[in-house]
Design a protein around this ligand. Structure first.
Ligand code: FAD
Length: 354
């Protein structure tokens, strides 16, 4: 345990969001530290499945200040390339990341916020929470889960199709993770893909660039008091990245409706139809990792903390960054986090100025 330490700003989380915030704080001459629970750089990108590729080309997946270099031979870089980029980014801008430090709680302490970690505490005038969602996988309440008897996984545990070769696998979820993991498994496993509603593929020529444009147009419309354009959701749910497109075009990605319950050794639909299964992979999303903020008692209905931009409405010394559109349009993407990170850094700098 080390004693109490002081800095102007503590950033909780050293993934892409924390690094983008650090970049902007550094430019503004603010002292800060980034505390990250992992032993190595790269945030959640270190843990994704082997075949995951970005849904945008490198140049459209960049943090502020430095373009992501292209990955030789790949228009859409893989997760390993992102990890390398984040490691270089951290080094290039000399961002002070303290690793293997888990933040346990953020507390009010008079004029300051006290950040308790598993290796001592920090006092700061402001905190940016950038802990992502990867460490809080969401599983829907489907009856019978305990009686199934087969194996169950979440997206976060899936690595490669060889682990499921020849087995009867049900992939649940009609978003990007579900579609990509179903496409990955379509050749090796006996696949059933179950989705709540029929999958909505984006047009083949739409990738992450168009999604970012849609999110930006939405923000502008809302900022200027015009009608909400609906942003990304109005375009569809699934980016037809090359492996998804290929599996779909071969007829291997046919979705079944969502089943009603799990039964021993399989699943059952509402009309009594059954399917046997050895494994179920729940690609059912994530929730923001916010438990370290519990001492501040800011959570409202649905578990979210009310924000204006990135700033917590009821605690102006706290900013939330990168969790999704509620903390800035497309803020949970590489290219989208730059602007909210800049806004958060500027607001904190003016809070700190006498
Ligand atoms: P993370 O990368 O999760 O980093 C958070 C960091 O905080 C981690 O290092 C974690 O260990 C640390 N942490 C958490 N809690 C604590 C604590 N209490 N104390 C200290 N440290 C803590 N985006 C794109 O731009 N393009 C894509 O193609 C794309 N594809 C995606 C595919 C998938 C399957 C998923 C899940 C996401 C994808 N995203 C994509 C979205 C987004 O870029 C990632 O979710 C990204 O990892 C979010 O970055 P982050 O820094 O906010 O969070």
């Amino acid at each position: 345990m080390t004693g109490d330490r002081h800095t102007q700003v503590v950033i909780v989380g050293g993934g892409q969001s924390g690094l983008a915030a650090g970049y902007h704080l550094r430019r503004l001459g603010v002292d800060f530290v980034i505390l990250d629970a992992q032993s190595t750089p790269g945030g959640a990108w270190q843990h994704t499945w082997d075949s995951l590729h970005l849904f945008s080309p490198a140049a459209f997946s960049s943090l502020p200040g430095r373009l992501m270099p292209p990955q030789p031979g790949e228009e859409y870089p893989d997760a390993g390339h992102v990890v390398t980029y984040l490691r270089d980014y951290e080094k290039r801008y000399e961002l002070p990341v303290e690793r293997l430090v888990r933040v346990l709680g953020v507390h009010r302490d008079g004029e300051l916020l006290r950040v308790e970690t598993d290796s001592g505490s920090w006092h700061a005038r402001a905190v940016i929470s950038a802990t992502g969602t990867w460490w809080r996988p969401f599983l829907p309440a489907v009856p019978g889960r305990r009686h199934f008897g087969g194996e169950q996984f979440h997206t976060v545990e899936y690595r490669r199709p060889q682990d499921f070769a020849g087995r009867r696998v049900i992939v649940v979820g009609g978003g990007n993770s579900g579609a990509q993991i179903a496409a990955d498994l379509a050749y090796d496993a006996e696949l059933t893909w179950a989705t709540l509603r029929p999958p909505r593929f984006l047009a083949d020529d739409i990738d992450g660039r168009a999604l970012f444009d849609a999110a930006t147009a939405r923000r502008r419309a809302v900022d200027e008091g015009r009608t909400d354009t609906g942003g990304v959701a109005s375009l569809g749910d699934i980016v037809a990245v090359p492996p998804v497109r290929e599996a779909r075009d071969r007829g291997l990605l046919k979705a079944a409706p969502m089943f009603a319950r799990l039964i021993p050794g399989g699943v059952e639909w509402a009309d009594g139809t059954r399917a046997e299964a050895d494994a179920i992979i729940w690609c059912t999303g994530f929730r923001p990792v916010l438990s370290h903020l519990a001492p501040l008692q800011l959570r409202g209905r649905r578990g979210h903390i009310a924000t204006t931009g990135t700033r917590a409405v009821d605690e102006p010394r706290l900013h939330l960054l990168g969790y999704g559109d509620w903390t800035g349009p497309a803020s949970a993407t590489l290219i989208g986090v730059g602007r909210p990170a800049r806004d958060a850094a500027r607001q904190i700098a003016s809070l700190l100025s006498p």
